[in-house]
Design a protein around this ligand. Structure first.
Ligand code: GCO
Ligand code: MG
Length: 399
């Protein structure tokens, strides 16, 4: 069996997605996803370029081809290359599943649980509105809900500047003290209304300084969060110990990580409780599986990032992997079944199933997903950027 073609599909049905199709000389093809919010055309170029190395190769040699694509460039690693590699690796696992006539999770060890526990994202302009949002998620069957006031950064988002030119992103003005002041009372309020058993979590989105994050983790300790997410910016590696020592709030990070070397120290020193890596941004199922195996002896569980931009095929890869591993924790859930995603469903068919708080990958061989290229061509790529943030004095801040 030989790979004959790598096709890159950049499309915007609802939002931008970067898909890949790997064709073989046996009529079997595999699909993968390399969506990287705001950087899709750059990843597309990387897939196009690196994909040529796969032509003529046996697609079933998943590990060998992973090593080939990882090592070919010399300039290895980083979000762009690792996402490009992820898209190709997913497609190879898809082919392997189709050849074996088994869903990918069977190739990874089979089912370790009946379903994938998910969390939803409740947002509101006030704590009363957040409560309404949490209750609405609970009524739909969600067992765990993330609670945020006015998105990431909350009421700390005190202003907005228009884009410099049409088509560019605007700038949010972010003032940390307001966010720090409102967050502990939000959880005090939610606990008073919902009791201690409700499973709640919160995303700092890496927006605080180390001492601010440590302070917030300590303040939130009495409210027993399922976890506090993205506690620090990824650059502040040296500060995890300080946050850890400050409180016994359960901690999660990793949606920006791109490989095992980002995780090693956090695992060995048990500085976190949940790791948020997912196949799509760490080089695919091959690498994500190794990372989650490394986490297992430290009692660290998976909590794969699952925002809209992880995409429906990225989501499927996360589900197959987490159905099989022993140390699964939770999956962030984005609902691609909702009406706004009708155009996306023209391209990819049915997204993975969700019912009563639990998700399931498809049972069809491989990842169980496909791409209709004609439908994708009806929705051409639209230039998009990540949001910009500055503090009130004009200093650039991370989102
Ligand atoms: C989450 C995330 C996202 C990111 C987004 C960036 O936990 O879902 O923090 O919402 O902001 O994926 O592209
Ligand atoms: Mg997050």
């Amino acid at each position: 069996m030989k790979i004959t073609e790598v096709r890159v599909i950049l499309t915007c049905p609802t939002r931008n997605h970067l898909f890949v199709k790997v064709n073989t000389d046996q009529g079997v093809h595999g699909v993968g996803e390399g969506t990287l919010n705001g950087s899709e055309p750059i990843v597309a170029a990387a897939i196009q370029h690196a994909g040529e190395l796969l032509i003529g190769k046996d697609p079933l040699r998943t590990e060998d081809l992973w090593q080939l694509i990882y090592n070919w460039s010399f300039w290895r690693g980083g979000a762009i290359y690792m996402t490009a590699l992820a898209a190709l690796d997913m497609a190879l696992w898809d082919i392997k599943g189709k050849v074996a006539n088994l869903p990918v999770y069977q190739l990874l060890g089979g089912r370790s649980r009946e379903g994938i526990l998910t969390y939803g994202h409740a947002d509101g302009g006030s704590k009363e509105e957040v409560l309404e949002g949490v209750l609405a998620f609970q009524e739909r069957g969600y067992k765990v809900v993330r609670a945020q006031i006015r998105g990431y950064g909350g009421h700390g988002n005190i202003g907005h500047e228009a884009p410099l030119r049409p088509g560019l992103p605007g700038t949010t003005i972010w003032h940390p003290p307001k966010y720090l002041a409102e967050t502990p009372p939000l959880f005090e309020f939610l606990r008073a209304k919902l009791g201690m058993e409700a499973e709640l979590l919160h995303d700092i989105h890496g927006m605080l300084t180390p001492i601010e994050a440590a302070w917030l983790a300590k303040q939130l300790e009495p409210y027993r969060l399922f976890f506090l997410e993205d506690i620090l910016p990824i650059e502040h590696f040296e500060s995890f110990r300080m946050v850890r020592d400050a409180s016994k709030t359960s901690l999660a990070i990793g949606e920006l990580f791109t490989g095992r070397w980002d995780c090693l120290r956090l695992f060995q020193e048990q500085l976190i409780d949940f790791i948020r890596i997912k196949p799509i941004h760490v080089g695919g199922i091959t690498e994500a599986r190794k990372i989650l195996t490394m986490a297992e002896p430290y009692g660290i569980r998976s909590a794969c990032h699952g925002a809209a931009d992880v995409g429906p095929i990225g989501q499927a890869a996360s589900l197959h992997l987490q159905l099989a591993i022993p140390n699964f924790g939770i999956q962030e859930w984005h609902d691609f079944h909702s009406p706004e995603y009708a155009p996306l469903r023209e391209v990819i068919g049915q997204p993975c199933a969700w019912a009563g708080g639990y998700a399931q990958p498809h049972e069809a061989p491989g990842l169980g997903m496909d791409i209709d290229e004609k439908a994708a061509a009806r929705y051409p790529y639209q230039k998009a950027w990540m949001p910009l943030i500055r503090r009130p004095d004009g200093t650039v801040h991370h989102f």
